[in-house]
Design a protein around this ligand. Structure first.
Ligand code: ADP
Ligand code: ADP
Length: 232
């Protein structure tokens, strides 16, 4: 069941930078794919295309077979390297934002926010303000805000790149557990596309590692990760 497809995608930015060349990549429902490669190999560009934020110069993308995310009905959420929380609003209000924008009534959104906070280990922090939380906890809140809409696809652009190694390792393990839980038993499967330049992170987290090279950006390997590598 293909959720995201890139077929012979090329991207040349208006300034002439050839960012992607002949990229073919199929993301299946429930996949956890890491995009691994050096700075400038086009990882963010590809992620933005999957989010519908950039168009290819040649080739095409498909979302559940449709030619735009809107037509597909696919729910896509994105997490960036910065937590990008509104500093004047508490954590619960920050996490509720996508539901408020969708017009979900509070009676329904509040329990969903609480469940999303609990899923990332912030069950007791809804009333806290972003500045009261550590960098790792702010990132957890930003993941909760992405998950609260129950997306089919979570696009993450170096989400833990600004954190210290210990915090990052804990977030990696918790993200991995969260994804496993979503895809075990009954729930709605979640596909994750995770941009990183850490080989360790890619292998530890993913069910597939897609390696890219630069100038121009292209895919040079697409490797399944066998189950026993992980210990969850
Ligand atoms: P990565 O995420 O792997 O570091 P990017 O997708 O950010 O790679 O960038 C790929 C290439 O495209 C780089 O050479 C970068 O400088 C260039 N690039 C990215 N965004 C733009 C833009 N908006 N305009 C021009 N060049 C860009
Ligand atoms: P992480 O962000 O991965 O949870 P941290 O090192 O940031 O790890 O925090 C470790 C733990 O310390 C947190 O899980 C939380 O329980 C507690 N903690 C951190 N910052 C605060 C805070 N501002 N208020 C209360 N507890 C906190």
């Amino acid at each position: 069941d293909t959720v995201l497809l890139a077929n012979r995608v090329e991207k040349t930015y208006p300034n002439g930078t050839h960012a992607l060349d002949e990229v073919r990549l199929r993301i299946q429902r429930g996949d956890f794919v890491s995009l691994l490669g050096p700075s400038g190999c086009g990882k963010s560009t590809l992620l933005k295309m999957y989010a519908g934020l950039e168009a290819p110069s040649h080739g095409h993308l498909r979302w559940l077979g449709a030619d735009s995310p809107a037509k597909s009905g696919l729910k896509i959420a994105m997490v960036f390297q910065e937590a990008t929380l509104m500093p004047w609003a508490n954590i619960a209000t920050n996490v509720r934002l996508p539901l408020d924008l969708a017009g979900v009534p509070k009676a329904e959104s509040e329990p969903r926010v609480q469940r999303a906070l609990e899923a990332v280990g912030l069950g007791k922090f809804g009333a806290s303000y972003p500045r009261e939380l550590s960098g790792g906890m702010q990132m957890r809140a930003s993941i909760a805000r992405a998950l609260v809409t129950e997306p089919d696809v979570l696009l993450m652009d170096e989400p833990f790149g600004a954190l210290d190694e210990f915090t990052r390792n804990r977030l990696d393990a918790d993200l991995r557990a969260l994804w496993s839980q979503r895809n075990a038993g009954g729930g709605k499967p979640l596909a994750v596309v995770f941009v990183t330049h850490s080989i360790y992170e890619a292998v530890f987290l993913s069910s597939r590692v897609v390696m890219m090279a630069a100038r121009p950006g292209r895919i040079v390997a697409d490797l399944p990760i066998p189950e026993p590598v992980r210990d969850d």
